[in-house]
Ligand binder design. Structure first.
Ligand code: AMP
Ligand code: MN
Length: 274
């Protein structure tokens, strides 16, 4: 990845290929500069490729991720929108470090930067890595219970893109917008209904059903939501690194039978391996 993952696009392609992935999309946060390398690496392993990204959106007092698939990487509105979304990360990271210093955790900004390959994309994942390395927490999941989340040290409110902007940047660039890992947001039932209906009104077409961030019960729950809202279903690893991810690349179960796979909407946009 070129955002907060630990592997390069070439290393990810290699892993995806050896786990039997046939169609792959690299989805860096708010960033598409790794797309050409990823497509070339996919084709070198005879995998089909779809362009991808994951846009951070502020919605109902939380951050929701909207995945874009199969867009044109040269689209100027998309490129400008992603640049604007990335813009606030560095100053937010410095504010996060000041907040951690208040509870005695020092030099977190410098510590987080150590695992950052692209400084414009410093994220909570990099702070989580620092907190595990320095043994403040035993693992990433402890970090996201005790730190960096609303009400805990190191959390800094930040305005990301709006839902409508993110969906339009993707769709106007010819892509399909997908709600990423919906079970992770802890929305109330009303908020979740609002997310799905507004997303659909803005032109969103898919929802992640099978993902490394969902339980088996949640696969069925969000397959039902996909049908209820007329959305296609997507499957993604949410893979960040071999040590941090719950799921290995390509190891997830297949989609439930009663949903339309999102790649059926994307047949024209797939970059086929020769
Ligand atoms: P940011 O965009 O800086 O808010 O950070 C988002 C990153 O934090 C994503 O890459 C997530 O993988 C990670 N993250 C957020 N919540 C959790 C969680 N509960 N467990 C593990 N990782 C999380
Ligand atoms: Mn995500």
């Amino acid at each position: 990845m070129v955002s907060d993952g630990t592997l390069t696009p070439e290393e990810l392609a290699e892993r995806a290929h050896s786990s039997g992935v046939q169609l792959w999309a690299l989805t860096d946060h708010d960033e598409i500069s790794g797309q050409q390398r990823a497509a070339a690496a996919a084709h070198a392993h005879a995998m089909d490729y779809l362009t991808g990204t994951e846009i951070s959106v502020s919605f109902a007092s939380t951050t929701v991720h909207i995945v874009g698939l199969g867009f044109d990487t040269g689209n100027t509105a998309l490129v400008a929108g992603l640049a604007a979304t990335r813009g606030g990360r560095d100053s937010r990271a410095q504010a996060m470090a000041r907040d951690l210093a208040r509870v005695g955790i020092h030099s977190a900004y410098e510590g987080a930067l150590k695992s950052v390959s692209n400084p414009a994309l410093i994220s909570r994942t990099h702070f989580a890595r620092f907190l595990v390395e320095t043994r403040v927490c035993k693992d990433t999941s402890e970090v996201f219970r005790k730190y960096l989340v609303e009400g805990k040290p190191g959390f800094v409110e930040h305005r990301w893109a709006s839902l409508g902007d993110a969906v339009r940047w993707i769709t106007q660039a010819g892509g399909v917008a997908v709600i990423a890992h919906p079970a992770r947001y802890r929305l109330t039932a009303n908020e979740e209904f609002a997310l799905f209906s507004e997303f659909k009104q803005h032109g969103g077409e898919g929802v992640e059903v099978v993902t490394g961030s969902h339980s088996v019960a949640e696969y069925a729950e969000y397959a039902d939501m996909a049908r209820e809202f007329g959305l296609a279903a997507s499957r993604g690893s949410d893979f960040h690194s071999p040590d941090e991810s719950h799921t290995a690349l390509g190891s997830l179960p297949t989609l439930p039978r009663n949903v339309t796979p999102v790649w059926e909407l994307l047949a024209e946009r797939i970059q086929r391996a020769a």
